[in-house]
Design a protein around this ligand. Sequence first.
Ligand SMILES: [Zn+2]
Length: 112
Amino acid sequence: MSKELKAYMGYNREAGACEGAELIFHHTSREACAMFRSQGTIDCDEFIDYAVTKLDNQDWFAHFKAKDEPHIQDDLPTCQHCDTWGHILYYGICQACWDTLEPDKPEGGTDD
Ligand SMILES: [Zn+2]
């Protein structure tokens, strides 16, 4: 049995992931969900609204892993425009926003 941590996204099923989501590293979705309920910063009215989904592209999310034990990861790089995480950012902006931002793209490499 692998004890490797996997990346999960925790969110409020009722509100939808676009209203806020957290990146959770744990061994199973059941454990990730329990951690999300007890330690997450997203409040849900109903117990069943706490939802956890295993993320695609585990290798990429592994770069954000702060430690080799289960945890909820904060300080994720978020898109300056839509405030979501989980994307590769270009000057702080995700691909989806980048594509819609046509002539307003930021100039130079000021990414802070
Ligand atoms: Zn965006």
